[in-house]
Design a protein. Sequence first.
Length: 229
Amino acid sequence: MVQAFIFDLDGTLVDTELLWVDAMLGYLADRQAVAERTELMRIVFGRSWVDIHRDITVRFPSVAQVSRQQMGDELRAYYLRLRSDPMSIVIRSSVDVLKRLAKDYPVIVVSGSPHHDVEDAVQLMGAADSVRFVLGAEDYMPGKPSPAGFLLGAQKLGVDPAACVVFEDSWAGVTAAKAANMMCVALARPSEHQQDVAHADWVVKDLAEFSIAALLQRVRDRVPRSEAR
């Protein structure tokens, strides 16, 4: 039985991850740190800001002493310059699914982005009335692929983790959802940086494909016969 839905943010509801990578490239270049885009993709995609900041400060000595708060504030200015049209980043079909599900089930957002960035994105999507609460990077540790954030979300909702469905787009996020014993739908849009999300219960190109009945059938089909008896 499904009792609640948990959405990732970046890459699932808003198309922002490459913008953050390019913002980090600019931020580091202005501080005499040379980085490769592909390297930053590995550091940024699907991961908590806490972990991203740690890896960046270890990898690039010129920013080693910059605090997480300071770097986040400075990096945001680069990101906002790249995000010329705020509404263009919204993945509309994903937000439509969120709003539809929220009519009958509790829906939350669990992200690795800073808490206030998650709240701002929910406002931008026009989904504030549909989301019970959000959890950002500061609200749980460790970050994905640890299940900590998803488990905290289920605890705050008072829901059995096994009755939760997670929507994710990254290897780290799917791994966290399955470690939490939750059902997981992975969004793998053809135009985006591809990640290994085959361990999700269902991989879709667009969340508009989602239905509860179809997910539950796929979950049943994935259970080995010896476990299903």
